[in-house]
Ligand binder design. Structure first.
Ligand SMILES: Nc1ncnc2c1ncn2[C@@H]1O[C@H](COP(=O)(O)OP(=O)(O)OP(=O)(O)O)[C@@H](O)[C@H]1O
Length: 582
């Protein structure tokens, strides 16, 4: 497309609408002006016979909604030619580097979170995906393990697998892929979450706190996101192996979630109950932890994160393209599908391993800064550094009072910098009203990056939670599998606003994303456009066409979908138990 400005005049319900395309995006001037980035545009086409210009885009007022504009072009030959040129140019810009009309396998969990997955899909996700020309193959999951079965035998001709649920379904899909007859090819299919679960940790990390629970924004990522390779973890227990993509927890963190499953009837209160019980008990978790450490210095970890983000920012601003690591080499013998990589460490390896032999309140290990909207548990984690972040809260060096006194900064990961103070925080990864301990200080917290770790319980009683799913409380070993899984991401990195130790007001912070959607733009057209006051209240889907441009669907707030979480989806506790072995 020529890098010049293009303008087209159309009428919508007999009212004039001016649409301008310049090199930064689109301006739609109706009663209000919409500034739209190319990332937000999902469709642009012109039908010569009917003289209709159709443009669809996701637009954010309070939340993102789909706007569909059907403009009538006059019969004038020049106007028709301009409209055609305009639509072609816009389509090309909107899908630069991205395949138009993705073929999608969609898994909708009707029981995830508050049970709004089906309605959110029908009203907010499906219209946008259809507008974007995607081919949809939709299955509603009927039971625990269903998504695993689907992924395990999935035909590998989809452009992405979309999970309309929480983190549990993603865990199932990745394990299904790992047990696929062509596991590497399966794991190269990107997974994209639509956050209708409880914690939705992955959505937080991909889309950022501000927009993570915005369903339409998440749907936009399905259409426009780029594949981002991420490390996952191989969890070995006895002779079984499974994939974890987010976290493993034992001790207090696991007790609060898994250990209160039998109190589902209490709703969210069960977590508060769990915390209170845990606080009273203040029970140490008696295990032996060993790890193959790679980095122990918090400043170094922070600097590595900052350097990485600076490099990404530079690349992005120079090229206007999100940086992505090169694709995994899947070249393989035709007759022999590539299998998963061999594990490097055996359960008996000790060379270069460190043993942590203090009693702990909990161990929490994983990847992705957020585990829930109120807890940035692993603020310095990177998607593909080949390492896992491990936090251990010491039992002997922690006190209830300290813990109770310091929960405010947990959503920003501030506990990472605290010295000699333990924190206590509301944690929405488990539920909105849940209060949970957080890792914090040098004295009471141990925060390291490792390539593998091993836990040997000294007792039979306890809970092990892997990606929020219950596993047997038995010895287990975790090893990082570098860049094995693929996700769709609008940014190519985790979105989390994490500050340096001495600067809570902005200097030295990493990845400020506040107020930004994935496609927000700041641009000015070179011509002056009149702005009309208007009718464009936030809605889920807006049709701007000859029939009027009223909202066709009521918005479901992102908060609805994700905040008042009850986790009542998980009937059995055994997502992990059956999903093993490769
Ligand atoms: N039809 C169904 N009935 C009961 N359970 C189901 C059904 N379909 C899927 N499941 C199970 O629901 C569980 C919960 O799903 P998921 O983890 O995605 O949501 P969540 O627990 O609300 O969110 P999060 O994990 O983000 O906190 C999964 O273990 C999945 O196997």
């Amino acid at each position: 497309m020529a890098e010049r400005e293009l303008t087209v005049d159309v009428t919508v319900s007999d009212k004039p609408v001016k649409i301008t395309l310049n090199k930064e995006g689109l301006w739609v001037v109706k009663q209000k002006t919409h500034e739209v980035s190319f990332q937000q545009v999902v469709a642009a086409e012109f039908h010569r016979e009917s003289r209709k210009l159709h443009i669809a885009y996701a637009y954010k007022e309070k939340q993102f909604s789909l706007v569909e504009l059907n403009g009538q072009v006059t019969e004038d030959e020049d106007a028709l030619r301009s409209a055609m040129e305009f639509a072609e140019a816009l389509h090309e810009k909107a899908y630069q580097g991205v395949k138009y009309g993705r073929r999608l396998k969609i898994l909708v969990n009707p029981h995830g979170g508050q049970g709004k997955g089906v309605i959110a899909f029908k009203k907010q996700v499906e219209p946008l995906l259809k507008a974007a020309g995607c081919t949809l193959d939709v299955s509603e999951t009927t039971h625990n393990g269903h998504a695993y079965d689907v992924a395990k035998s999935l035909e590998l001709n989809y452009d992405a697998v979309v999970t309309v649920s929480g983190d549990g379904l993603i865990h199932e899909v990745l394990n299904g892929f790992a047990n696929h007859k062509e596991p590497l090819k399966a794991l190269a299919i990107p997974v994209a979450p639509i956050p209708t679960g409880s914690g939705n940790g992955l959505s937080l990390n991909l889309l950022g706190l501000e927009n993570a629970f915005d369903i339409v924004n998440a749907a936009l990522n399905v259409v426009k996101g780029n594949p981002m390779q991420v490390d996952v973890f191989a969890v070995t227990q006895r002779d079984k192996r499974s994939i974890s993509f987010m976290s493993q927890a034992i001790g207090l963190m696991a007790d609060i979630d898994i250990g209160t499953e039998h109190l589902r009837w209490m709703g969210d209160t069960r977590f508060t109950y769990g915390v209170l019980k845990a606080m009273i008990k203040f029970k140490p978790c008696d295990v032996e932890l060993s790890y193959k450490g790679a980095e122990m210095d918090k400043e170094q970890m922070f600097n590595a994160l900052k350097a990485r983000h600076n490099a990404e920012d530079t690349l992005e601003s120079e090229t206007h393209v999100v940086s992505h690591p090169p694709a995994l080499n899947l070249a393989t013998d035709e007759d022999k599908p590539a299998s998963l990589p061999e594990l490097k460490y055996s359960m008996d390896d000790t060379e270069g391993w460190t043993t942590f032999d203090e009693k702990m309140l909990y161990l929490y290990a994983g990847k992705g800064p957020f585990v829930g909207r109120d807890l940035m548990a692993f603020p310095v984690s990177l998607p593909d550094d080949g390492l896992i972040d491990i936090c251990v809260q010491s039992h002997s060096k922690s006190s209830r009072l300290e813990i109770l006194g310091s929960f405010e900064g947990a959503p920003r990961g501030e506990q990472y910098w605290l010295d000699s103070v333990c924190v206590f925080a509301p944690l929405s990864s488990f539920t909105t009203n849940c209060l949970v301990y957080l890792p914090s200080s040098i004295s009471c917290i141990h925060y390291v990056k490792a390539s593998a770790y091993r836990v040997k319980p000294r007792t039979t009683k306890g809970c092990l939670s892997i990606d929020g799913e219950a596993f047997p409380f038995e010895p287990f070993q975790v090893e990082v599998l570098p860049r094995l899984a693929t996700l769709l991401s609008p940014h190519g990195y985790y979105v989390a606003d994490f500050h340096g130790p001495k600067d809570k007001k902005g200097k030295g912070k990493v990845k400020e994303q506040k107020g930004k959607g994935q496609g927000d733009v700041k641009m000015k057209p070179t011509t002056t456009l009149s702005t009309l006051e208007g009718d464009e209240a936030a809605s889920t889907t807006k049709a701007v066409d000859g029939e009027g441009d009223g909202a066709t669907v009521k918005p479901t707030t992102g908060g609805d979908a994700a905040t008042a979480a009850t986790k009542d989806a998980r009937e059995g506790e055994t997502g992990g138990k059956g999903l093993c072995c490769w």
